[in-house]
Write a protein that binds this ligand. Structure first.
Ligand SMILES: NC(=O)c1ccc[n+]([C@@H]2O[C@H](COP(=O)([O-])OP(=O)(O)OC[C@H]3O[C@@H](n4cnc5c(N)ncnc54)[C@H](O)[C@@H]3O)[C@@H](O)[C@H]2O)c1
Length: 381
């Protein structure tokens, strides 16, 4: 706590018993509030930045970030680690199990091979990127020297909080700690930490080493500097980040996607259209346009009056259910969870094994890389 030089006259001494410690929520700044001098004194302390030096003012800037740690090497974690390595950072990839890390390492190598095959990186570049990623099962060693730590572990609040508390106790005071949570509130994930000014949401999209968007999310206590540095870091590694100034459950893209899926499931359930034709229609219309212009630009180009008319006519008759779609639930209850089970909205060959899934992922990633190269990468890269 800061020490203030106060003029201890008689009046203040008499009021001493009334002294209250205020905790300024956004800046985590402890201030002294003396009722008779009133709020103005407290405000002056806050305004002039009299802060507890442990928190807040040590926030990292982009140039301070030299080393990255990724916690969790599953579906998202290994791709996120690869993305930082492609951006030129030394990366430590942590998981609880050596075997999982070994699989993650192979996935990263295979993905880098695809970047090479697509002409984005030379063989030498991919070799040094892979060499820039070290793996460990030692959490303390993983985070103690790191400047930016991102957790990519399962979406279980208590698990994330337990691991993040351990991280906070092992890492430096200024290290930025990020979460890739999809459906939890960023502020809830970090609620157990002592310093919540240097925490932030950094939500990627699968495959994270390819998809350009990252939602950079301000938690309840995230400092502006932490938000900005994370945004700058994402730009530096070639991402196309967006800032979310409020911490909303589901963030933005998942909410937009779920709105679309609710209507897609509904129309399919009503027998209006087959699953195959929903995919075809979206790819050739919404998806085709969205690859070049976003929905807000589209509305401006089409005319707001036309879209107002559309909203007035369609919204009252569209699905407004707040429950998960029955058809989806029935499929899941029957064990039909998609490619991994051999059946979802499509049927897959009986021998469609892990190998088949890996091939499907590779085919998808080749297509994505083609689009990434055309739409997002500068020619020199
Ligand atoms: N899968 C997606 O498409 C996707 C997209 C965006 C965000 N996310 C979010 O990313 C996070 C991870 O999702 P995922 O799909 O990669 O999960 P996953 O299950 O594939 O990977 C999680 C990894 O965390 C490891 N792990 C488990 N406990 C751990 C611990 N205590 N410490 C460190 N590592 C531990 C597991 O061994 C595993 O390798 C979740 O919060 C999820 O919501 C997922």
């Amino acid at each position: 706590m800061p020490v203030f030089k106060l003029n201890f006259n008689k009046k203040i001494l008499l009021l001493f018993h009334k002294v209250i410690l205020l905790y300024h929520k956004n800046s985590m700044v402890p201030v002294i509030f003396i009722p008779d001098l009133g709020i103005p004194l407290a405000m002056v302390f806050i305004k002039h930045g009299i802060q507890n030096k442990s928190y807040g003012e040590l926030n990292m800037k982009l140039e301070d970030i030299k080393k990255i740690t990724v916690l969790g090497s599953g579906v998202m974690g290994h791709g996120i680690a690869q993305g930082f390595a492609m951006g030129g950072y030394p990366v430590i990839l942590y998981d609880i199990d050596e075997a999982v890390l070994s699989v993650a390492h192979s996935h990263i190598k295979e993905s880098l091979d695809l970047f090479y095959e697509s002409g984005i990186y030379s063989l030498d570049e991919t070799v040094s990127m892979l060499a820039g990623i070290t793996t460990t099962t030692d959490l303390k060693a993983a985070v103690e020297d790191s400047d930016f730590v991102i957790e990519v572990i399962p979406e279980i609040l208590s698990l994330k909080q337990t691991v993040l508390q351990q991280v906070e106790s092992c890492c430096r005071k200024e290290t930025i700690i990020a979460s890739n949570t999809s459906h939890l509130k960023v502020s809830d994930v970090f609620a157990v930490l002592k310093d919540q000014t240097r925490v932030v949401g950094a939500h990627y999209f699968n495959p994270p080493q390819i998809c350009p968007t990252v939602e950079v999310v301000k938690g309840r206590h995230t400092s502006d500097q932490t938000l900005q540095t994370t945004y700058d870091l994402m730009k530096k590694i070639g991402k196309d980040p967006v800032k979310l100034h409020k911490d909303v459950v589901g963030l933005v893209v998942n909410r937009l996607q779920t709105a679309l899926l609710r209507e897609a499931f509904y129309l399919h359930e009503q027998g209006v259209i087959s699953a195959v034709d929903i995919d075809k229609a979206v790819k050739g219309s919404l998806g085709f346009r969205a690859a070049s212009i976003g929905p807000m630009t589209m509305v401006d180009m089409g005319g707001l009056d036309a879209w107002l008319d559309c909203c007035e006519k369609l919204l009252p008759i569209m699905d407004a259910s707040v429950k998960a779609p029955t058809a989806l639930k029935d499929l899941v209850d029957a064990g039909h969870t998609g490619i991994k089970s051999g059946k979802g909205f499509y049927e897959y060959a009986k021998d469609f094994s892990q190998k088949g899934l890996d091939e499907a992922v590779k085919k998808r990633d080749r297509e994505f890389l083609g689009r990434l190269k055309r739409n997002f990468l500068s020619p020199k890269r």
